[in-house]
Design a protein around this ligand. Structure first.
Ligand SMILES: [Zn+2]
Length: 298
C-alpha cells in the first residue's frame, strides 16, 4: 500500500485555480487520518513524499513519526513538476538525488524508492534514478482509461482557455504491455512496482476509484484479487474533506472530494481488507530487497 503526499497546491495548479495560503494541511489532517486507518487495519505503507515540503516543521515531524512506527519514506521528487520526465539531466538530478538526500537527512530513514509526479517517466528520468542510487521505481500506472481521462480534461481546459500544470504524458507509458500482471518487473535497471490496474480499461487501483464503493470498486478489487502482487495507491487528498476541513469548494472538481470522508474511508477499509485477505502485506523497500529467484519465494 502506498500514498502520494501531494499538497493541495498541486491540485489548484492542475485545475488552474489561483494559489492559496501555503499551509501544511495535509500533514496536520490527511496524514494522521491515513496512518490511523493503517493502524486499524494492521497495515504499513510507503509514503511518497515531496522534499520541498520539509520546509514545514509539521511535515518533518509527521514523516519522522511515520518512519518510527514502521512506515516507509520514499521520494515523490523535490518540487513535483509534472513535466519532470522532459527536463534536463541536471534538473532531474536535483529532483531525484536531491530529494533522496533531503528526505534521508530530515527523517533519518533510508530512501530507496521513487514515484514520478503524474506517473510520467522517460529513459532520462530512469537513468537519473539509477545514478541517484534508488533501488526501485513505482511510477508505472498501466491504465489506458486513466490516461484517456486525463488527456480529455487537459484538452478541454486548453479549449476553454485555461492552462493546467499537469501534462498529458506519453500514452505508451500507460499501456505497458501486461507489466501490471507480471511481478517482479524491471525497468531501466531498477525494480519496478507498477500501481495495480484491472478490469475494463485497466482501471487503476487508486483512492479515486475505490472511494465510491459500489459496483465499480468491487469489480476492480475483484480483478486485483486474482493477481499475485497488488500495489494500491492513495493520495493525501483522499483523506481530506471539503466541509470538515473548510477547503475551497472549487476543489470538488476532484471526484474523491465529492464523497463524504466517512463514506470514502469505509469504502477504503472494505477494499483493503478484501485485498489483504490471504496475502502477506509488505513494504516496497522490503520487496525490492528480495531476490524472486530464491527458493521459497512467492
Ligand atoms: Zn503526485
Amino acid at each position: 500500500m502506498t500514498i502520494d503526499l501531494d499538497d493541495l497546491r498541486f491540485y489548484r495548479g492542475i485545475h488552474a485555480l489561483e494559489p492559496e495560503e501555503d499551509l501544511p494541511a495535509i500533514f496536520e489532517l490527511a496524514v494522521p487520518r491515513f496512518l490511523g486507518m493503517c493502524e486499524k487495519l494492521g497495515l504499513k505503507s510507503t509514503l511518497f513524499s515531496i522534499a520541498e515540503d520539509l520546509r514545514w516543521p509539521e511535515a518533518v515531524s509527521s514523516l519522522r513519526s511515520a518512519a518510527a512506527s514502521g512506515h516507509e519514506i520514499a521520494s515523490h521528487s523535490s518540487t513535483h513538476r509534472y513535466e519532470l520526465s522532459r527536463r534536463s539531466a541536471d534538473f532531474m538530478k536535483a529532483e531525484t538525488a536531491g530529494s533522496r538526500h533531503a528526505l534521508e537527512d530530515a527523517t533519518g530513514s533510508a530512501v530507496t524508492g521513487f514515484r514520478g509526479p503524474g506517473y510520467n517517466l522517460s529513459d532520462g528520468l530512469l537513468a537519473a534514478l539509477k545514478d541517484a542510487g534508488y533501488e526501485y521505481d513505482s511510477s508505472v500506472l498501466a491504465s489506458p482509461a486513466y490516461w484517456a481521462a486525463r488527456a480529455a480534461v487537459i484538452g478541454w481546459m486548453r479549449l476553454t482557455g485555461r492552462k493546467s500544470s499537469s501534462i498529458t504524458g506519453r500514452g505508451r507509458d500507460f499501456c505497458r504491455g501486461r507489466l501490471p500482471f507480471v511481478w517482479p518487473a524491471r525497468l531501466g535497471g531498477l525494480r519496478e512496482f507498477p500501481i495495480t490496474s484491472g478490469g475494463l480499461g485497466w482501471m487503476p487501483l487508486i483512492g479515486t476509484t475505490l472511494a465510491a464503493g459500489g459496483a465499480m470498486s468491487r469489480h476492480i478489487a475483484r480483478c486485483a484479487n486474482r493477481l499475485p502482487f497488488v500495489n494500491v495507491e492513495f493520495h493525501a487528498l483522499d483523506f481530506m474533506d471539503i466541509d470538515i476541513d473548510r477547503l475551497d469548494p472549487r476543489l470538488r472538481v476532484e471526484p474523491a472530494l465529492r464523497i463524504p470522508l466517512a463514506d470514502r474511508t469505509s469504502a477504503f477499509e472494505t477494499a483493503l481488507q478484501s485485498l489483504a485477505d490471504g496475502r502477506r502485506p509488505a513494504l516496497l523497500r522490503d520487496l525490492s530487497a528480495i531476490n524472486p529467484l530464491e527458493p521459497g519465494f512467492r
